[in-house]
Design a protein around this ligand. Structure first.
Ligand SMILES: Nc1nc2c(ncn2[C@@H]2O[C@H](COP(=O)(O)OP(=O)(O)OP(=O)(O)O)[C@@H](O)[C@H]2O)c(=O)[nH]1
Ligand SMILES: [Mg+2]
Length: 460
C-alpha cells in the first residue's frame, strides 16, 4: 500500500460561492483526530470518543490562535460504512468561501492533505466498496443534464452495468476453463461441453457484447447531449425557433435580416434527451465584417453538428440562397423545418432535393408544430431499443474495451472453428476476458485511473 494513496485527505465538497451551508470533508485514519483537535463543544464532547454516524454541534477553533472560526455541525462516520470505507468527518459550516477556506487551511495545518479531484471516489474504488464503472458513474450523476441521463447514471452506480459485465466475464471464464481443460487432458472427454457447445457459447457471449456496443451511440447522447444546429438564411425564424424550444426569450428576434451575429448555445430537454442546440447567424453573402465572421462560425457549427434543423420560410418562395444552404448540409443528418405556417404562401414549394427528408411544419411564433418537431428530433436520435433492454453504455472507455473484447472473441471463434491448436483459442478468450475486466477495474493501470478521476470535481 503506497502511503500517499491512503493518507488523510480533505477538501471543500460544496460548490464555491455563497450558500446556506458549506461542507468540508475529511477522509483517512487521521480524520477524526484532526477534527477533534479543532472542534470545541460546550458540552465537552470529544470527537474521538463519539459513536459512529453521529452529528455534533460546536465551534471550529484555530488551535494556533484559539480564535473561534465558525459555528458548525460535525458528522463523524467511522470506517468501514462510509463513502471511502475510511474514517470520514464532514464539517458543516456557513457557506461562504472565506469561512470554508479558513477551516480547510486549519484542517490542512493539522496534518491532512488537499484531496485531488475525485480522490474520495477513487478511494471508494481502491478500498473495494465500488468497482470502476460504478465510480465513473458518480461523475455522470453530478453532471447529468436531464432526469433521464441521471437515471441511467444511477443505474450504473447501483451496479447494473457491473452485474452485466461480470455475468459475461463469468460465462467467458467458464468457456475458457473448458477449452483449457481440453488442452491439459486431450484424451479425455471433458464433462458436459462438447466442441459445438463451446462454439455456441462464445458466439452468444460475443452477441451480447455487440448489443452493448450498439447501444453506445444512444448512451453517449444521454450523457453528453446531441449536438444540433438551426440553420437557414437570414430572417427565416431561427432565433424564434430556439426561443420556442427553450420556452423563453433567449435570443434576440427582430424583423431585420442579419439580427443574430454570433452562435448562441443552449441545452433543451427533448423527452429526457439533452439536446445541445445552437442558433446561428443567417447564411448569406455579407460585406459586413461582424456578420461575415458570424457566418464563418455558423458554417463551423454546421460542420460540428450531429443533426441539422434546416429552416425554410413558408411565407416566401424558395430562392437561390435557400438552395445553396440546402446544398451545404446535404451530407448531414437533416430535419427540414418549414416555418411561418401561420402566414404560409400558396406558392411555396419544396425543392425535389429534400423531398425524401423528414419534414415538419411549424410556426415558431404561435408554437404550432413544436411538439411534433421535438418528437421528430427524439426519434432521429433514439430508437428506444437499448434502453428498453435495461442497459446502455454511455462511456467511450467502455465501448473501446467492449470492442476489444468482441474482436478477441471473433478471433477465438475463428481459430476454434478452423481447428487451430486450442492454445490459440484459449489465448483469445483470455484476451477477451481481460478487456471486460478493464471496464469494472479488475484489470487497470495507474494511468487509466488518473485519467478517469481527473474528470471529477474536487471534494467528490
Ligand atoms: N408570422 C410569423 N413570423 C415569424 C415566425 N417565426 C419568426 N417570425 C418572425 O420573423 C422575423 C425573423 O425572426 P428571427 O427569429 O429573428 O429570424 P432569424 O432566422 O433568427 O434571423 P437572423 O438572425 O437575422 O438570421 C421576426 O420578425 C419574427 O417575429 C412565424 O412562425 N410566423
Ligand atoms: Mg437570429
Amino acid at each position: 500500500m503506497i502511503s500517499s494513496e491512503f493518507d488523510t485527505i480533505a477538501a471543500i465538497s460544496t460548490p464555491l460561492g455563497e450558500g446556506g451551508i458549506g461542507i468540508i470533508r475529511i477522509s483517512g485514519t487521521e480524520a477524526i483526530n484532526i477534527a477533534s483537535k479543532i472542534f470545541y463543544s460546550y458540552k465537552g464532547i470529544k470527537l474521538t470518543q463519539v459513536k459512529t454516524h453521529t452529528i455534533h454541534y460546536g465551534f471550529i477553533v484555530d488551535p494556533e490562535t484559539d480564535e473561534k472560526v465558525d459555528e458548525v455541525l460535525v458528522s463523524v462516520m467511522r470506517a468501514p460504512n462510509t463513502y471511502t470505507r475510511e474514517d470520514v468527518v464532514e464539517i458543516n459550516c456557513h457557506g461562504g468561501y472565506i469561512t470554508l477556506k479558513r477551516i480547510l487551511d486549519i484542517v490542512i495545518s493539522q496534518g491532512a492533505r488537499i484531496a485531488e479531484p475525485g480522490e474520495f471516489t477513487k478511494r471508494a474504488f481502491l478500498r473495494g466498496r465500488i468497482d470502476l464503472s460504478q465510480a465513473e458513474s458518480v461523475i455522470d450523476i453530478i453532471k447529468a443534464k436531464t432526469e433521464e441521463s441521471q437515471k441511467i447514471a444511477l443505474q450504473h452506480l447501483s451496479g447494473k452495468l457491473s452485474e452485466k459485465i461480470n455475468e459475461l466475464r463469468n460465462a467467458l471464464t467458464r468457456v475458457c476453463a473448458h477449452v483449457e481443460a481440453y488442452i491439459d487432458f486431450p484424451e479425455e472427454d471433458i464433462d458436459g461441453m462438447t466442441g459445438k457447445e463451446i462454439e455456441e457459447e462464445i458466439i452468444q457471449i460475443s452477441e451480447e457484447i455487440r448489443k452493448l456496443i450498439e447501444g453506445y451511440e444512444e448512451g453517449k447522447i444521454y450523457r453528453e447531449g446531441l449536438r444540433a444546429a438551426i440553420v437557414g438564411k437570414p430572417n427565416v425564424g431561427k432565433s424564434s425557433l430556439l426561443n420556442a424550444l427553450l420556452m423563453k426569450d433567449r435570443a434576440i428576434v427582430t424583423e431585420i435580416p442579419g439580427t443574430t451575429r454570433d452562435i448562441i448555445e443552449e441545452y433543451v430537454n427533448i423527452k429526457g434527451m439533452p439536446l445541445r442546440i445552437v442558433d446561428t447567424a443567417g447564411i448569406r453573402e455579407s460585406h459586413d465584417l461582424v456578420e461575415a465572421e458570424g457566418i464563418r462560425r455558423t458554417l463551423k457549427a454546421v460542420d460540428e453538428a450531429e443533426l441539422v434543423l434546416l429552416l425554410l420560410d413558408m411565407s416566401r418562395e424558395i430562392d437561390r440562397l435557400d438552395m445553396e444552404i440546402i446544398y451545404k448540409v446535404k451530407d448531414k443528418k437533416v430535419i427540414v423545418v418549414l416555418n411561418k405556417k401561420d402566414i404560409k404562401n400558396k406558392d411555396f414549394n419544396l425543392p425535389d432535393t429534400i423531398k425524401d427528408k423528414t419534414k415538419i411544419e411549424i410556426s415558431a411564433l404561435t408554437g404550432e408544430g413544436i411538439e411534433e418537431l421535438k418528437e421528430a428530433i427524439f426519434n432521429t436520435a433514439i430508437s428506444g431499443r437499448y434502453k428498453q433492454e435495461g442497459l446502455i453504455i454511455t462511456k467511450l472507455r467502455h465501448k473501446v474495451a467492449l470492442e476489444g473484447s468482441y474482436l478477441a472473441l471473433k478471433n477465438a471463434i475463428e481459430s476454434f472453428k478452423g481447428g487451430k491448436p486450442l492454445e490459440i483459442t484459449a489465448m483469445f478468450l483470455r484476451e477477451g476476458l481481460s478487456y471486460l475486466g478493464q471496464i469494472v477495474g479488475v484489470v487497470t493501470t495507474e494511468e487509466i485511473l488518473n485519467l478517469i478521476f481527473s474528470e471529477f470535481c474536487i471534494g467528490k
